[in-house]
Design a protein around this ligand. Structure first.
Ligand code: NAD
Length: 484
């Protein structure tokens, strides 16, 4: 398929492409121009209800009857199909969310491996036997949670969908996927691949819609057994309240304010290139980016200078141009938010050493472009060092010694990820051990694979995606005790 063959003007429910009952068509905006590039079907409450009914019927019917090895085979077939569609999917996603096409190709190009990994887990949900006494035999079985509502953000729609749908389907669950309202198109493209791969109708349903309407209905629905959510902490709190009456299961992948901790004994060029790369990847719109840069004082000036230099080398441009490093912000509200934090940083007395402005010269007009931005001399309690900006704004903070580095690193409510740069293996272990984060990378950054668990502590989330842990989160354990 090519991008032109995907249709976005219908919902995908029960294996059919249907018009919304409650919603309608909505423009999807190209953030490079601020203009619509396609129209997408948006569903409402009754559309979500239809999708949940289809998912329930599939769960009780063909999907449950399928042997795990058959589900694995279907997932493998899907992985192979996905591999043939990487370019088309990358085109859709970049157009919709502004991510530089070279990044989308790289990221989405890895997804088939994720699907193969999840396929390989489908027949691994085994239980155990438990010693009791001679006349009693006990064992556990692990069963799919049921119907899963997956709610995804706008920064990485296909990645978030892959990380949720892969293990959910491997576990034997069925799914209703509600993508973010700003970037719904690639999730509908994904639905085409499920259709083409021959998944039974209703196993996967895709309903774009507004969070407080379609999303809230999915969360409140009594026949949805679990919500797998990626997005902001504030939304997660609302979701918990909305879903409380049903006591369904929740997993949350939330925000971050990850520190890079650069010690003076590190390979500084390596550290700075990784830190700047991660500050501006996805135009700064990723939960695990190292937006706080903690630098030991002896190398502080050198690191600040290298950040300024690297900021000047970033090629900002239209996301569909393969030469572009950094596209526009994904939508107008995010642009406004990023620029507001530049003002906040200035007002707080941080030193702006690079960027800080919107780019709207010829060729950029109407788009949501900002310059890669660097603040130095940042104090740990400043808002630009505490709050998730989700834009290409790095905050450089000096420190002296391990204890201060750890205190600053742990001194936010977040705990998603951290990067540690040092040439001393003892220090690497010592400091990594004290960091409050779901992931710590040492002398590398954002090295993420299907087999490594991903997720946050503190306010950065509940649960883990990827790894064998991902499968666990879509399973319930039943204990059977038999007296002989
Ligand atoms: P968001 O919370 O605004 O929206 C996420 C999803 O929630 C969207 O689909 C939205 O429609 C839906 N939603 C909104 N209100 C809802 C409601 N009342 N009920 C149900 N659903 C509702 O987040 P966003 O702005 O799209 O994404 C950015 C956030 O996501 C950042 O905080 C980022 O750090 C986080 N994120 C985390 C990870 C991770 O793996 N930890 C990955 C990507 C993004």
């Amino acid at each position: 398929m090519s991008m032109a063959e995907f249709r976005f003007d219908r919902l995908f429910i029960g294996g059919e492409w249907v018009a919304p009952i409650d919603g309608g068509l909505r423009d999807s905006i190209d953030p490079a121009t601020g203009q619509p590039w396609t129209q997408v079907a948006f569903g409402g409450v009754r559309d979500v209800d239809r999708a949940v009914a289809a998912a329930r019927a599939a769960f009780e019917g063909p999907w449950r009857k399928m042997a795990p090895w058959e589900r694995a085979g279907l997932l493998r077939k899907f992985a192979e199909l996905y591999a043939t569609q990487v370019e088309a999917l990358a085109q859709v996603e970049s157009r919709d969310n502004g991510r530089a096409i070279r990044e989308s190709r790289g990221d989405i190009g890895l997804h088939p491996q994720y699907w193969h990994w999840f396929a390989s887990l489908a027949d691994k949900a085994d239980g155990r036997t438990i010693p009791m006494d001679d006349s009693v035999h006990a064992f556990t079985s692990r069963l799919p949670v049921g119907v899963v509502g997956t709610i995804t953000p706008w920064n990485v729609p296909l990645m978030a969908a892959t990380w949720k749908l892969g293990p959910a389907l491997a576990a034997g669950c069925t799914v209703v996927l509600k993508p973010a309202e700003q970037t719904p198109a690639s999730s509908l493209a994904l639905a085409h691949l499920f259709e083409q791969a021959g998944f039974p109708p209703g196993v996967v349903n895709v309903v774009p819609g507004d969070g407080p309407v379609a999303g809230a209905r999915l969360v409140a629905h009594p026949d949805v057994d679990k919500i797998a959510f990626t997005g902001e902490g504030a939304t997660a709190k609302t979701i918990l309240k909305t879903g409380a009456d049903t006591l369904k299961r929740f997993s949350f992948e939330l925000g971050g304010k990850a520190p890079h901790i650069i010690f003076a004994d590190a390979d500084i060029e390596n550290a700075v290139n990784a830190a700047t790369g991660s500050a501006w990847a996805l135009c700064g719109q990723s939960c695990a980016l190292g937006s706080r840069v903690l630098v030991e004082r002896p190398v502080y000036d050198r690191v600040v200078e290298a950040f300024r230099r690297n900021a000047g080398r970033v090629r900002v441009g239209n996301q569909m141009d393969p030469a572009t490093h950094m596209g526009p912000q994904a939508h107008a509200e995010q642009l406004a938010k990023t620029l507001s934090y530049v003002d906040i940083g200035r007002d707080e007395g941080a030193e702006l050493v690079a960027g800080g402005g919107r780019i709207d010269r010829e060729g950029f007009a109407g788009g949501y472009f900002v310059e890669p931005t660097v603040f130095a001399g940042v104090a740990p309690q400043m808002r630009i060092a505490q709050e998730e900006i989700f834009g290409p704004v790095a905050a450089i903070i000096p420190f002296d010694g391990e204890d201060e580095a750890v205190a600053i690193a742990n001194g936010t409510p977040y705990g998603l990820a951290a990067g540690l740069w040092t040439g001393d293996v003892g220090r690497a272990h010592r400091v990594a051990n004290r960091i409050e984060a779901g992931m710590v990378w040492v002398n590398t950054y954002r090295y993420i694979r299907w087999s490594t668990p991903y997720g946050g502590v503190k306010t950065s989330g509940w649960g883990r995606e990827n790894g064998v842990e991902a499968l666990d989160s879509y399973l319930e354990t039943r204990t059977t005790v038999i007296s002989t």
